[in-house]
Write a protein that binds this ligand. Structure first.
Ligand SMILES: Nc1ncnc2c1ncn2[C@@H]1O[C@H](COP(=O)(O)OP(=O)(O)OP(=O)(O)O)[C@@H](O)[C@H]1O
Ligand SMILES: [Mg+2]
Length: 398
């Protein structure tokens, strides 16, 4: 059976919409990709609803034109410093006379783990079982086993209701229903990590424009997530302030010339499109200082300090920031861990070579994560109602 699947990655610098179909025999096929510059988003949060809506609309229209059909609903990525994560425990007794663990028991034990009082302004995004123990023994999947006491440790991720509402308002405002909200670091992890890395223990750092999203995976499942509100934009602001440039020129200079490990043989001065020249050394020094600080903050986010035991597979750097020359060597020298760049895998379907860049790890990952985690707890959405219907008709004729 074929069904439609779509995702929108609403980033601080770009919005990326991916539309496709999922077939039980031939798998995923991408039919439309739409990328538009993002306005009205700061540190991954909606700062201006009108501008954010327009950026999403542009990205969606481009994808729809390529795919040749309208987008009705999509998975949406969520990130920002309002995200919190905890590991909660739950215990239940297996009371059936045959002492056999059933699917219902897994749901019941997760409900117990979830039964912590969450404040009214927090929304549960994901509840991911990390480990089960049955009568004191760790088991991967206890269903079908016999026992008396079942424990679960679950990774629970919550978001601020107000931030989520601002985002969903923008998406619904252009007539698109939300299939589910997915934490962006989980999506990026799905796109760029290997099964071996996830089993051994690995940290993924997605350096975007507004946030650096962190996820730690161990024994095949999520261990820790956090979001740092420093990323590419802060580097650009440092360059702008340090060298007296506009944000746009600083961004251009950063992307064109900055290098975290300059060889020392380059030109003294580099020139922007408008003819303005700056010292190459100063540019590289400013970028290096900020990135060093950021990568130190990334490892400080780890819940334990025995890094080489916690994440023996090391660090995978992705997001647009992974395009900075020298990021691997610099991160290696700071953390003394193996480091590599994470590029999302090529997907079947229409030409989407553009997505073959670390900046699209989240976008590709949103589609892949949902394919693999079809049965995880769904974020409950309200129907779009008449307003959504009118907005979608309006988008069709605009
Ligand atoms: N070659 C490069 N050198 C330095 N920085 C780069 C380079 N290429 C891209 N970047 C930076 O990557 C950032 C954009 O990354 P990305 O597209 O992953 O962000 P985003 O998804 O829009 O934002 P976020 O996920 O934080 O909301 C920008 O700050 C940009 O300057
Ligand atoms: Mg991003």
């Amino acid at each position: 059976m074929k069904r439609k699947i779509a995702a929108i990655d609403i980033g601080t610098t770009k919005v990326c919409t991916i539309m496709g179909t999922l077939d039980s025999t031939s798998g995923l096929r991408i039919l439309g990709v739409g990328i538009a510059p993002s306005h009205g988003i700061e540190k991954a949060l909606v700062a201006n609803v009108t501008q954010a809506k327009e950026s999403i609309r542009q990205s969606v229209r481009k994808a729809e034109m390529m795919a040749g059909y309208r987008l009705d609903s999509a998975y949406i990525g969520v990130t920002g410093k309002h995200i919190n994560s905890n590991n909660n425990k739950g215990t239940i007794a297996i009371t059936k006379t045959d002492q056999l663990v059933r699917g219902d028991d897994l749901k019941r034990v997760l409900d117990v783990a979830l039964n912590v009082k969450a404040p009214a302004d927090r929304k549960m995004l994901h509840v991911i079982p990390r480990a089960y123990t049955l009568d004191g023994h760790e088991v991967k999947n206890p269903v079908g086993m016999h026992g008396y006491e079942l424990n679960v440790e679950a990774h629970c991720i919550t978001a601020a209701v107000a931030s989520i509402q601002n985002l969903t308002q923008c998406v619904r405002g252009i007539g698109i229903e939300i299939d589910d909200l997915i934490l962006e670091p989980l999506a990026s992890a799905e796109a760029v990590l290997s099964e071996e890395e996830k089993m051994a223990g690995v940290l993924i750092a997605d350096i975007g424009g507004g946030t650096t999203d962190i996820a730690v995976l161990r024994e095949g499942s999520i261990y820790h997530t956090s979001v740092l509100p420093v990323a590419g934009h802060q580097i650009t602001r440092d360059i702008a302030a340090g060298l007296g440039l506009s944000f746009e020129l600083a961004e251009e200079m950063k992307k064109k010339y900055s290098n975290l490990l300059p060889a020392g043989e380059e030109e003294d001065r580099v020139v922007g499109e408008n003819g303005h020249s700056i010292s190459y050394r100063d540019l590289c020094d400013i970028v290096r200082a900020r990135v060093e600080e950021m990568m130190r903050l990334v490892v400080l986010e780890l819940p334990r300090s025995d890094y080489s035991k916690l994440i023996p597979a090391g660090i995978v750097v992705t997001g647009g920031g992974a395009n900075m020359p020298g990021i691997v060597e610099l991160t290696q020298s700071i953390t003394r861990l193996p480091v590599r760049i994470g590029i999302p895998p090529a997907l079947n379907g229409v030409s989407n070579a553009l997505l073959n860049d670390p900046a699209y790890a989240t976008s590709v990952g949103l589609v892949l994560w949902k394919m693999k985690n079809e049965n995880t707890q769904k974020w409950v959405t309200k129907p779009a109602g008449l307003r959504g219907l009118f907005a979608s008709l309006f988008r069709m004729f605009k």
